[in-house]
Design a binder for this molecule. Structure first.
Ligand code: NAG
Ligand code: NAG
Ligand code: NAG
Ligand code: NAG
Ligand code: NAG
Ligand code: NAG
Ligand code: NAG
Length: 685
């Protein structure tokens, strides 16, 4: 090699070093999106581009850009991101082209505000990547940032927003950014029982907590990977037992070990430690508690850096996760080649966690000359479950290119025309009856609401919600309590969006089903009112009957006739119940069609059920079908010209996703259902 070449090489190496020093990790893929805005915003050094200009990677049924009232937006660095949001009334997706496979962060920013008739605080929706359900039936009530990391192994990243039944979705800002390959490695330690966990690289992770022990909040500007770290004060169970130390300038990163990308010096350089004072007999733990979702495994990363010792062997301590001893007689300098003040971390994976509270403790070891223990940083990451979900029970939506493609195409081409035919007939009937319906007078009874607020939901009509006056349906709370053995958990026969359903026995030995709503839910209140309104005026052998309701103490309780054979759904899928014969199935079809037909065209006001699915068709002891769950129904007079389209849309999407899915799995039934609905209709004319 000539001296010229050598000099050149030195310059190249020097240049590369300069780049390394000045830039740190440079993500290959980086998308920062300001959603629902037609202009870009700059936060710190980052430009979040408008998703209006980037519309080529967004596909959504309606282009709704929501602009918030500036006064209602909280003041913070990122507040600009929360001034606008994009609203999705149907499944919508962003497609990001990924240049380099590997782990990527997905950060979703939410801040609900009211825009026109969309009250985002009542929105409920799910968000998916191609492989993972990130959140399901999610309803953020304040500024919420959800951070996930997923390993993208081929092609594009598609993020789908899917509104829950009868609701809509929204998003304020979004980030998709490459993560350094070395950040999450494949293996970790298991405890209880101890062992090795392999396969971390295939896990989707959600950040549950990222904590800077003994130090302040670390903002994204002070983290080379744009993460934020919160102070541990609020997680400490007995803060009087702990003290803090800060020596940020002392922090060293060992060759081949953690780097400032693992955690910045402001995290490794501060710690929370035992406050042993000058008592050599101190014997206690310092404990932090974090709330977690039960039913998942967690990756727990502990960051250590001995910034308190002046020589080796001064600090020897134990570490416990959820009361299990995960590190005994830990002496950090043995892990860092005898060096003090050197960064070191440990990864642990829990077994599926059945509690909602995860504790972490540090305490003195018997081996220690002087009782002390410290922790510098902590990350808790939720791992996807075996169904590929980081949220509740969920099934991934179908994506183009997957094996279910054919099913979707068939579903759309067969399902939609059928629904259109039915909807067309219904609309025709509604129009004919409109004049008559508008003349109906309405009665109003107040249902005690928590604070008497009107419902802001897009789907409620605020002051004009009406409930037929029928006080005889009111049941005292104490009677409901008695009937359900004080809401005995072992008497729960179902759980739905509205709340739990209990079996109950009234004084006169009548068996009942008791549906107890979650009092916090505003959406629930409107469903509660609708249900009472509907069921107190409709009586039909194929509609489940309401025995009464209770609204004492802000309760929302509905009491129905008990249906011995449960839901149709339970007979169709995943149970050991005997298969229904084709005759029984046809009878169930005819029965439910009659019930729906009565609703649509009956003597009283016309009603569109809007949530017909096999879970809402109940079977009595003779397997006679009865339609249930009227919470989402719409009555006639709301169906003026503008509202008809909304009702139909919801009807279509619900039908397509649920009822059609069921029908399509049973092609014979599909044909029968068409015959049945035509037959019933023609017999009435
Ligand atoms: C929403 O969060 C902000 C801080 O992020 C807080 O100041 C405010 O009190 C919260 N609002 C509600 C209603 O909890
Ligand atoms: C992503 O997954 C692939 C396939 O399992 C694996 O080979 C790769 O190492 C992973 N990458 C990262 C950064 O985890
Ligand atoms: C450190 O401890 C002091 C008192 O011991 C406390 O006031 C301070 O808030 C602590 N700092 C952090 C970042 O926890
Ligand atoms: C970064 O950390 C330094 C030292 O802790 C602090 O002075 C500075 O304010 C921090 N910057 C931001 C943007 O938080
Ligand atoms: C610390 O916590 C662990 C786990 O809960 C417990 O076994 C141990 O006895 C505790 N140590 C002290 C000194 O309280
Ligand atoms: C978590 O558990 C600890 C001890 O069992 C308890 O003291 C603490 O209050 C709990 N925290 C939460 C948030 O439930
Ligand atoms: C998470 O999903 C991956 C596939 O995407 C799967 O291999 C892995 O087993 C899942 N994790 C758990 C804990 O089930």
């Amino acid at each position: 090699m000539g001296s010229r070449d050598l000099r050149f090489s030195i310059w190249v190496v020097f240049g590369l070093c300069l780049v390394c020093v000045s830039v740190g990790f440079d993500p290959v893929d980086k998308y920062y999106i300001n959603c629902g805005s037609s202009s870009d915003v700059t936060v710190g050094n980052t430009i979040y581009v408008s998703d209006k200009s980037a519309s080529k990677f967004l596909s959504t049924p309606q282009d709704i850009l929501a602009n918030g009232n500036l006064n209602s937006i909280p003041r913070s660095e990122e507040s600009q991101l929360y001034r606008t949001a994009r609203i999705f009334t149907g499944p919508s997706k962003y497609t990001f082209s990924i240049t380099q496979n590997g782990r990527h962060w997905i950060r979703l920013h939410f801040y609900p505000f009211v825009y026109q008739n969309y009250d985002m605080r009542s929105a409920s929706f799910s968000v998916f990547s191609q492989t993972t359900a990130l959140v399901t039936d999610f309803s953020p009530k304040n500024v919420t940032v959800k951070e996930f990391s997923v390993n993208i192994t081929s092609g594009d990243l598609v993020i789908t927003f899917s509104p829950s039944s009868n609701s809509f979705a929204y998003i304020n800002a979004m980030e998709v950014v490459s993560v350094p390959d070395s950040l999450i490695v494949d293996d970790a330690s298991l405890f209880n029982p101890s062992g090795a966990f392999n396969g971390l690289v295939n896990q989707a992770l959600e950040t549950v907590a990222r904590v800077n022990m003994g130090g302040p909040y670390v903002s994204l500007e002070n983290d080379t990977l744009g993460r934020t770290w919160v102070s541990d004060r609020s997680f400490l169970l007995q803060s009087n037992l702990a003290t803090n130390v800060s020596k940020i300038l002392a922090v060293k990163y060992p060759a081949g070990g953690p780097t400032s990308d693992t955690a910045p010096p402001s995290v490794y350089g501060t710690c929370t430690k035992m406050d042993s004072g000058s008592d050599p007999n101190s014997n206690f733990n310092v404990t932090w508690a974090f709330s977690v979702d039960p039913g998942f495994q967690y990756l727990i990363r502990l960051h250590f850096c001995d910034i308190v010792s002046t020589a080796a062997n001064q600090l020897v301590f134990n570490v416990y996760i959820d009361s299990f001893l995960v590190a005994q007689d830990l002496e950090l300098s043995t892990k860092t080649n005898g060096q003090l003040a050197t960064a070191y971390y440990m990864d642990f994976v829990t077994t599926s966690f059945d509690k909602s509270n995860l504790t972490l403790s540090i305490g003195p070891s018997r081996q220690s000359g002087y009782p002390d223990a410290l922790l510098n940083g902590l990350e808790i990451m939720k791992m996807n479950n075996s169904r590929g979900s980081l949220a509740g029970a969920s099934i991934l939506p179908t994506f183009p290119g997957s094996k279910k493609k054919l099913g979707v195409i068939v579903g759309v081409s067969v399902g939609v025309p059928l629904v259109l035919v039915i909807v067309g007939i219904l609309l025709f009937m509604h129009r004919r009856r409109k004049q008559e319906r508008l003349r109906h007078s309405r009665a109003w009874i107040p249902i005690s609401t928590n604070g008497g607020t009107t419902m802001g939901s897009k789907y409620s009509t605020g002051t004009t919600v009406t409930i037929a006056s029928n006080l005889s349906y009111r049941i005292p709370f104490i009677a409901v309590q008695e009937a359900t053995n004080n809401f005995d958990e072992s008497w729960v026969i179902g759980i739905g969006g509205f709340g739990k359903v209990y079996k109950g026995i009234l004084n006169d030995a009548t068996k009942v089903a008791v549906k107890r709503g979650n009092p916090q839910s505003q959406q629930g209140l409107s469903e509660f009112r609708t249900e009472i309104e509907m069921l107190s005026q409709f009586r039909h052998r194929h509609l489940v009957s309401l025995i009464g309701y209770c609204d004492e103490k802000n309760e929302m309780i509905l009491v129905y006739e008990y249906m011995e054979n449960g839901t149709l759904k339970s007979h169709l899928y995943g149970s050991n119940l005997p298969n229904l014969s084709w005759k029984q199935r046809l009878e169930i079809c005819i029965g439910s069609a009659r019930g729906l037909h009565y609703l649509h065209t009956g003597d009283a006001k016309a009603v569109i059920h809007r949530d017909v699915k096999s879970a809402n068709i109940l079977l009595d002891e003779n397997l006679m079908a009865k339609v249930a769950d009227f919470g989402l129904s719409k009555t006639g007079p709301e169906l003026d010209q503008t509202h008809v389209s909304t009702a139909v849309k919801v009807c279509l999407s619900t039908a397509k996703s649920k009822f059609m899915e069921w029908l399509l799995n049973h092609p014979l039934l599909l044909g029968m259902m068409m015959m049945v609905s035509i037959e019933v209709r023609s017999s009435q004319h």
